[in-house]
Design a protein around this ligand. Structure first.
Ligand code: HEC
Length: 128
């Protein structure tokens, strides 16, 4: 009986610690599925730019700075650090947040899907 209680307590404590260190509330596995919409233009691999810049390490990166990608002047001059908050705003309405940027994508309207895709992006070696 004592052992069972100890186990239950450590499971609860583990859950609290995990929740405390999680970077975003989203679900990265679900986010990987949302990311299939981005894959027409973006890769998740370092240095591989396509129609859009590689999104490897995008979380924490300054906008318009992926080497070798030919950004629009609008994105080059946006000076936005891609924090989860700023990604959330941009992905809600890309054209409104960076007017004149050339991402031909209307955004992700569902807040939960945005949260998920951002938490997926966080798994790609960000904050460097
Ligand atoms: C139709 C192609 C296309 C799709 C689909 C697309 N993007 Fe983009 N994305 C671009 C292009 C092009 C740019 C560069 C914009 C510029 O230079 O003005 C860009 C830029 C970005 C940037 C800024 C990156 C940087 O280095 O500053 C982020 C973040 C981004 N996209 C996220 C996403 C996410 C997340 C999705 C999917 C939910 C997505 N994009 C879907 C084409 C696309």
């Amino acid at each position: 009986m004592r052992r069972t209680i100890g186990l239950v307590i450590s499971v609860i404590a583990g859950g609290v610690i995990a929740a405390g260190t999680a970077q975003a509330a989203g679900n990265p596995e679900a986010g990987a599925k949302v990311f299939t919409r981005c894959k027409a233009c973006h890769t998740a691999e370092p240095g591989k730019n396509r129609i859009g810049p590689s999104l490897y390490g995008v979380v924490g990166r300054m906008s318009g700075t992926e080497p070798g990608f030919n950004y629009s002047p609008a994105m080059k001059n946006a000076h936005i650090v891609w924090t989860p908050e700023n990604l959330n705003k941009y992905l809600t309405n890309p054209k409104a947040v960076v007017p004149g940027n050339k991402m031909a994508f209307p955004g992700v309207k569902d807040p939960k899907e945005r949260e998920d895709v951002i938490s997926y992006l966080e798994t790609l070696g960000g904050k460097h």
